[in-house]
Design a protein around this ligand. Structure first.
Ligand code: FCB
Length: 524
């Protein structure tokens, strides 16, 4: 949510509410309303300074020395079912909200759809071979809920189970740890028809599904991610409407945040009941928040931004409460019932961090607070940083963001176990005349972020693994196939995979358990 720069400016400004409309929506009067531009960070201009050379990012950590990692560190890549599998209606799979959304004209850039994507449903052996070639020992992938329960409830679809079972067996044989995400955004459409994440019953449905998945795979899978980026999918899907299911409603957004928190608790308990010895976490979309200036108002805004961006789904899990991010907690609008905050508790075994960029926070001026309800309910403006170089997506490369976030979570949550469940960059470098993909900017990105991570570990953080997003170029949600994040290039016409230079570089990092120093290039 709130830090996801996928929410673009035009959409955000169209969502500005009048105070009257907001009060109506809280009271349930009138049509559903959209939320607050201020709650949808990271675009537009920043007050964080003028652009300086890309060395500003590169020089934050010493990449002229090697970065070392603890013994047994997990080197992995991450993917998600809808982004790579294809086979959208094969072997009894039900329709997901992403199938429906992508099939709706005008929703996805270039009218792309994920019906085939990387065809990994059929090519998973090739994908495992790529991971072996990269010397990886961890693979974060997601289970498509509608493959297991086509309509979101009831008995398991055995063919769906078989697919993941074969995948898990083959990974274990290749000595790659499966790190299985249970929900990476592809809700069964039948559940959306019944209200989706705004319906409390969806939390119970999620727990049933988790139980089925744990029964089927939990004898071999010991590490599970309950949700991928709850803050992102609730914001983009229910508030901004740029992701499935495409709703633009403040009330739906507020309700969905609470139902997902309930589902996180219920899913955690279902997983542990089925398989007591497995480890459970969530992959949170995180972004360290920095004040735009040293003013007290901006500093207060920064703490609010942190609460909404980073801990809205973490505090309810670990401490049974919502962080103080809003001017008041709209409990009625969120439909919080007595006893709910015990139900949201989920003592996660690890905290998954998906991190790409930092956030610059500032306080809205008095006039803005009067004029826009979003600035009144959530008095924060959030932007992306402007000092570092930008990826193809326009996201700022800022390695220190990883250091700052890991350090803060380590400090605030008593040194929890952390996994970096995603980090990466989109650059559309393709094969040259001899078929080689020279993606040196991606190597620089991972080298710099890994140097930041190594420093946070040296300073005391308990980080167990790093998962590059992504193994393959894939279907990048509303951006379709226009953003390539892979360590392996995919020709979407032939489905041919080619390991990029970055994939070869990462293979050496994984084999050596360290990122070698970058070479000093001396001018002749
Ligand atoms: C993250 C998502 C992932 C991918 C990357 C680029 O927010 O979890 O699926 O789209 O961004």
């Amino acid at each position: 949510m709130l830090t996801n720069p996928r929410g673009d400016k035009e959409i955000k400004s169209s969502l500005r509410l009048t105070r009257r409309k907001f009060v109506q929506s809280i009271l349930g009067i009138g049509a559903a309303a959209g939320l607050p531009a201020a709650l949808t960070a990271c675009s537009g201009s920043s007050k964080a300074g003028t652009a300086i050379s890309s060395d500003a990012a590169a020089n934050q950590f010493d990449t002229f020395s090697e970065s070392t990692f603890p013994k047994g560190f997990f080197w992995g890549t991450a993917t998600a079912a809808y982004q790579i599998e294809g086979a959208w209606k094969e072997d009894g799979k039900g329709e997901s909200i992403w199938d429906r959304f992508a099939h709706t004209p005008g929703r996805i850039k270039n009218s792309d759809i994920g019906d085939v994507a990387c065809d990994s449903y059929h090519r998973w052996r090739e994908d495992i071979a790529l991971m072996r070639a990269m010397n990886l020992n961890s693979y974060r992938f997601s289970v498509a809920w509608p493959r297991i329960q086509p309509s979101g409830s009831g008995a398991a679809n055995s063919k769906g189970i078989d697919y993941y079972s074969r995948l898990v067996d083959a990974l274990l044989e290749a000595r790659i740890r499966p790190l299985v995400t249970l929900y990476h955004w592809d809700l069964p459409q039948a559940l959306e028809n019944a209200g989706g994440w705004t319906n409390r019953d969806t939390a119970a449905r999620f727990a049933d599904y988790v139980q089925l998945a744990a029964q089927a795979l939990g004898d071999r899978v010991s590490d599970w991610v309950l949700f991928n980026e709850p803050a992102a999918f609730v914001d983009l899907g229910y508030l901004e409407g740029t992701h499935a299911p495409g709703r633009k409603s403040l009330l739906d957004f507020l309700r969905a945040t609470h139902v997902v928190n309930l589902a996180q608790g219920a899913g955690f308990r279902a997983l542990k009941a089925a398989r007591p010895s497995v480890h459970a976490g969530t992959a949170f979309s995180m972004s360290p928040c920095e004040p735009a200036t040293n003013s007290e108002a901006d500093k207060l805004a920064t703490e609010r931004a942190h609460a909404m961006t980073n801990t809205w789904f973490l505090e309810p899990a670990l401490r049974g409460r919502y962080p103080e991010a809003l001017t008041f907690l709209p409990e009625t609008a969120m439909r919080i019932k007595p006893g709910d905050m015990e139900k949201t508790l989920a003592p996660l075994d690890f905290i998954g961090i998906n991190l790409y960029y930092r956030t610059i926070a500032s306080a809205p001026g008095a006039m803005e607070r009067v004029a826009h309800v979003q600035d009144w309910l959530f008095p924060v403006k959030m932007d992306g940083g402007q000092q570092g170089p930008k990826t193809g997506f326009g996201w700022e490369v800022w390695p220190k963001a990883l250091y700052d976030m890991v350090s803060r979570i380590t400090r605030d949550y008593n040194r929890p176990v952390i996994e970096i469940t995603e980090s990466g960059c989109s650059y559309n470098d393709g094969p040259d005349a001899s078929g080689i993909v020279h993606d040196s900017r991606r190597i620089a990105y991972h080298r710099e972020y890994l140097a930041a991570l190594a420093r946070s570990i040296a300073d005391g953080a308990d980080v167990r693994g790093y998962h590059a997003w992504s193994l393959l170029d894939n279907f990048e949600w509303a951006e379709g196939f226009s953003q390539r994040f892979g360590l392996a290039y995919v020709d979407f016409k032939t489905q041919q995979r080619t390991v990029k230079d970055s994939g070869r570089w990462y293979a050496k990092v994984a084999a050596d358990n360290r990122a070698a120093a970058r070479e000093i290039v001396r001018p002749d």
